[in-house]
Ligand binder design. Structure first.
Ligand code: G16
Length: 544
């Protein structure tokens, strides 16, 4: 078998975003596009000769082709072994688990997460380091820089590897091990949670749950966990067959895109508990009967109830949340006497804190929660965590959240997304905001007085690295805030995210719908950022 060195020309648009490189499938299908990026990853790493790489994706369109290319490039570049999920499938948290368990050099995940899939939709690729977590900015910058000058890549001339069955194959001098995509992950979950009491709950006949895998990667994991290990009745998992186009849907577990599940939980005779995950299995949405748990509240509830879960029974080292996530978890941290860290958006920023043992739980408003068990957020882990709490407290989801608000106060919270806005318009809006920052302090807007206004900057407490321009924050003297950011995961134009939050300690005022509770702030956000005028949009595309 020959190793070929192929001449190529650099692409200028291979800058990784919040979570790897995400583009339209058609972009990735251009000659040399994927190869250039993969070679740029390898060229930015040192010491991988003879080492193990883990490889898998969420099963979306182009997953199979990309895996074959990457296998041949890994062989040509000198990796010793690649562990690849059966049929090329690994959820993002499962890949993280496998990198850590088998002490691999790193991993490559093929996914565009919650973005739709299919020939005209999205694809993505991300490198994870040996801790199982997304590469830090230092590495993603190096990959991007390399991609701008690359002029050749190496690939083995070989037949495709059969990924349909488990086993070991030789590819040049590299071994390809096709592994069970689900087993290691299920074993890890069994080591964390009280499967005995969750099984009792799910088989009691008094409790029904519905898990919507949205035809994405979590289907096989959800069947194995809920229906096989935990005894939930067949049919508990909905849309569990992974499809290359996710059934034409948008695999984003929120109130808009997971509407089938929402209709069930808010319909007649709803089950007690509903959950959904996203394309690659790292996000989660939690619903009770007629009740939606805001992701920021979900993080806070998990933190407050962590001692009920065997893995966290001795308490948490600390917690972390991304800056735009509500401060609900901060209040739990204060009451538990533990540290709470505020990081920029992006799971990669939690890695150092987790590795250093400074935090045990972390989460984001973008439907992500996780812990130190892996270095990615983990959708099914969050579902099991909730089930463990429900089994232990024997209350409904709504009762648990309402009691939580009573104890800690309620952080009313909502995110308004304006998707596929013209990039120029979005940049102008952000620039205009930046220009106002220095004169904002002390300004009065109706009942709100500005306490601070800045562009969030983060200094990593472990390695001292600095990340600037991470979102514009306008905080008011009553603790409310508005945050403006441009998403780093979209593939079309720009997505403006507006995050709104206010704090209500009085439990007689906890009954409002967040859009009502935040109505004045919503109007104010438009007044300050001139969203309608700048984007021509009357209302957000998605409200969560
Ligand atoms: C990724 C990141 C998350 C981030 C989310 C949204 O999630 O891992 O940390 O919160 O994107 O980022 P943005 O607001 O920049 O679009 P995922 O699930 O897409 O991998």
């Amino acid at each position: 078998m020959n190793i070929r060195t192929v001449s190529t020309q650099a692409f200028t648009d291979q800058k990784p975003g919040t979570s790897g490189l995400r583009k339209k499938v058609k972009t990735f299908q251009q000659p040399h596009y994927l190869e250039n990026f993969v070679q740029s990853i390898f060229d930015s790493l040192e010491g991988y000769q003879g080492q193990t790489l883990v490889l898998g994706g969420d099963g979306r369109f182009y997953n199979r082709e990309a895996i074959q290319i990457i296998l041949k490039m890994a062989a040509a570049n000198g990796f010793g072994r690649v562990l690849v999920g059966e049929k090329g499938i690994l959820s993002t948290p499962a890949l993280s688990c496998i990198v850590r368990k088998y002490k691999a050099f790193g991993g490559i995940i093929l996914s565009a997460s919650h973005n739709p899939a299919g020939p005209d939709e999205d694809f993505g690729i991300k490198y994870n380091t040996d801790n199982g977590g997304p590469a830090p900015e230092k590495i993603t910058e190096a990959i991007y820089n390399r991609s701008k000058t690359i002029d050749a890549y190496k690939i083995l001339e070989a037949e495709d590897v059969n990924l349909e069955k488990l086993g070991s194959f030789e590819l040049g001098s590299m071994t390809v091990q096709v592994i069970d995509s689900v087993a290691d992950y299920v074993e890890l979950m069994q080591s964390l949670f009280d499967f005995g009491s969750i099984r009792q709950l799910l088989t009691s006949g008094n409790f029904r749950m519905c898990m919507d895998s949205l035809h994405a990667v979590t289907g096989p994991y959800a069947y194995a966990l809920f229906e096989q290990c935990l005894g939930a009745p067949a049919g508990t998992v909905h849309n569990g067959k992974p499809l290359e186009d996710f059934g034409g849907g948008h695999p984003d577990p929120n109130l808009v895109y997971a509407h089938e599940l929402v209709d069930i939980l808010f319909g007649d005779n709803p089950p007690d508990f509903g959950a959904a995950s996203d394309g690659d299995g790292d996000r989660n949405m939690i619903l009770g009967r007629n009740f939606f748990v805001t992701p920021s509240d979900s993080l806070a509830v998990l933190a407050a109830n962590a001692k009920l879960v065997p893995a966290y029974s001795s308490g948490l080292a600390g917690v972390a949340r991304s800056m735009p996530t509500s401060a609900a978890v901060d209040r739990v941290a204060v009451s538990e006497g533990i540290d709470c860290y505020e990081t920029p958006t992006g799971w990669k920023f939690f890695g150092n804190l987790l590795d250093a043992g400074k935090v045990t739980l972390c989460g984001e408003e973008s439907f992500g929660t996780g812990s130190d068990h892996v270095r990615e957020k983990d959708g099914l882990w969050a579902v099991l965590f909730w089930l463990n709490i429900l089994a232990s407290r024997k209350q409904s989801v709504e009762e648990i959240v309402r009691e939580h608000w009573k104890t800690y106060g309620r952080n009313y919270y909502s995110r308004h997304d304006y998707e596929a806005v013209e990039t120029l318009e979005a940049n102008t809006l952000m620039e205009n905001l930046r220009e106002q920052l220095s004169t904002m302090k002390g300004k009065q807007f109706g009942k709100y007085q500005v306490e601070y206004a800045d562009d969030f900057s983060y200094t990593d407490p472990v390695d001292g690295s600095i990340s600037q321009n991470q979102g514009i924050r306008i905080g008011f003297t009553d603790g409310s805030r508005i945050v403006f950011r441009l998403s780093g995961t979209g593939t079309q134009g720009a997505t403006l995210r507006v995050y709104l939050e206010s704090y209500e300690p009085d439990s007689t005022k906890h009954h409002l719908d967040p859009q009502q509770g935040l109505a004045e702030l919503i109007t104010l956000a438009d007044e300050i950022a001139q969203i309608k005028a700048n984007t021509g949009r009357d209302q957000p595309t998605v409200i969560t």
